[in-house]
Design a protein around this ligand. Structure first.
Ligand code: FAD
Ligand code: SF4
Ligand code: SF4
Length: 442
């Protein structure tokens, strides 16, 4: 019998056990195996969502029996967010300001905020973590997580650490989900590991550890959707979810490292993190340097292998079901133009989210700035990007340019785009719209 056959058998056993009385069930469970998690090494072929599986971790636990309802890529998939938002935040998105242009048909108006950014209990603000070294940006996520753990608001934090090999050496790019119980463990979550990460792999551990009554789950949209679907089965008193924006993740750490070597052409062994920024450049934090390369100089053929199929089918860039969301695309780049110094954005979706942010501020670990604002038109540039995009070209059977623009021209183009293109919230709108359109085509 294949793995999926065993899982069906496990699910059936679960249903039977549920309808019996306890002593019969215990006697039966001694001889019948429970649900069988799928072995991660068989990803993606053995996983129910196949090539569109984002390896969220659910299927690597006994919660695999709930995959049909929980998976962001099966059945109604991410369309379920529409109804889940009401349950999680107390209301769905306000869509009455959904409009593309003003009456003249040209000037963009700052509308459709909840359609793009999700339910907002208050306007999106700028924020910085305080005193966190070695984070991806200024460490807003780690600041909030640490404050919640250290103040006793939660007993444990689910986050993605860098995987350690047996010599204790950890690779910045290899994600490992952990159930952090100490300050040191939460600090292991600092930095984005640029590949699909099985955040829900610790679900069985959480359910079986009765000392965990209050939990903080940190994760990206697809993982948060699956987590929200099963969180009631964990029998916890309080559950908080701290999300990050997320788009275009790599299928594996190796694919991310290849992107750095072949695309950005840096020594990936010295890299510590990278981001796609609103100055139209990829920024790479190196051990001893900080490299910026215009998007336009990247070879057209690197994008395909660097982006997981799940992320081409993803419509939850802004992590709709988290209580608080941290990102960067709506924040201005400051004069240094480097990610460690620049404000991030913070969205609060509900009253739990407010308490999470207060915990960070009370601990002096989180500083809130002004409301996030921006400028520039996002509409034409979104459609123009889709039209020239190498991934879209590949879908249409068009020619993919193997070489990017020469460096000088790419730099000029980035300066021009930076000056005329959208900034702050305007850039965030552009990025969201481009990804929705591209992924819809996929
Ligand atoms: P830190 O304090 O350094 O904490 C990092 C957090 O990220 C930890 O909680 C850790 O658990 C989590 N994490 C690390 N690796 C992964 C992973 N592979 N999967 C899930 N969680 C992980 N923001 C945007 O505005 N636009 C984007 O396009 C965008 N893309 C992203 C893509 C990915 C794969 C991820 C994980 C995040 C992305 N973000 C994006 C969010 C942004 O990069 C930062 O994560 C965010 O601003 C938090 O920075 P920080 O300094 O507060 O995080
Ligand atoms: Fe399972 Fe998650 Fe993959 Fe869906 S995305 S098939 S729930 S591991
Ligand atoms: Fe998941 Fe979407 Fe991020 Fe891909 S882009 S890892 S599918 S949230």
């Amino acid at each position: 019998m294949g793995v999926s056959g065993l899982n069906l058998f496990g699910a059936l056993a679960g249903v039977l056990l549920f309808s019996w009385n306890t002593s019969e069930a215990l006697a039966f469970s001694a001889v019948v195996p429970g649900p069988i998690p799928i072995d991660g090494s068989s990803w993606p072929d053995r996983f129910p969502a196949k090539s569109h599986c984002s390896k969220c971790g659910l299927c690597e636990t006994t919660f695999v029996t709930q995959v049909n309802d929980a998976c962001a890529f099966l059945g109604d998939g991410m369309a379920r967010i529409d109804s889940m938002e009401g349950r999680v935040h107390g209301r769905g998105r306000a869509l009455d300001d959904m409009a593309w242009t003003d009456a003249s048909g040209t000037a963009p108006v700052p509308t459709a905020d909840e359609a793009r950014f999700g339910v907002l209990a208050q306007p999106m603000v700028l924020a910085r973590g305080v005193g966190i070294q070695g984070a991806q940006w200024t460490g807003c996520v780690t600041s909030i997580a640490l404050s919640m753990l250290e103040s006793g608001m939660v007993d444990a934090v689910v986050c993605i650490a860098s995987k350690e090999n047996k010599d204790g050496f950890s690779s910045w790019s290899e994600p490992e989900p952990i159930l952090a119980r100490t300050t040191e463990e939460v600090l292991r979550g600092r930095g984005v590991k640029p590949a699909l990460a099985p955040s829900l792999k610790v679900l069985d551990k959480i359910r079986d550890d009765k000392s965990i009554r209050n939990l903080l789950f940190c994760g990206v949209g697809c993982a948060v959707q699956a987590f929200r679907a099963v969180q009631d089965s964990l029998d916890l008193e309080n559950v908080y979810v701290l999300g990050t924006n997320c788009v275009d993740n790599s299928p594996t750490p190796q694919a991310a490292r290849d992107f750095l070597t072949k695309g950005v052409q840096v020594d990936e062994t010295k890299a510590r993190g990278y981001e796609f920024m609103q100055d139209f450049k990829v920024h790479v934090k190196m051990e001893d340097d900080y490299v910026k390369k215009p998007y336009f100089c990247l070879p057209g053929n690197v994008a395909d292998a660097a982006i997981a199929d799940s992320c081409l089918a993803c419509f939850d860039y802004t992590n709709s079901l988290a209580d608080v969301v941290i990102g960067y695309m709506g924040a201005p780049l400051d004069s240094s133009g480097k990610m460690d110094d620049t404000f991030q954005t913070l969205s609060v979706r509900n009253s739990r989210g407010r308490k999470m942010v207060e915990a960070g501020m009370d601990a002096g670990r989180l500083r809130i700035g002004e409301e996030a604002t921006g400028s520039g038109s996002h509409e034409k540039i979104s459609t123009a990007t889709v039209a020239s995009d190498s991934i879209v070209q590949a879908m249409l059977g068009g020619e993919i340019k193997e070489k990017g623009m020469p460096r000088f021209l790419g730099e000029v183009m980035a300066v021009v785009m930076r000056n005329v293109g959208p900034k702050g919230i305007g850039f965030a709108r552009y990025s969201i719209d481009y990804h929705i359109l591209r992924n819809y085509l996929h």
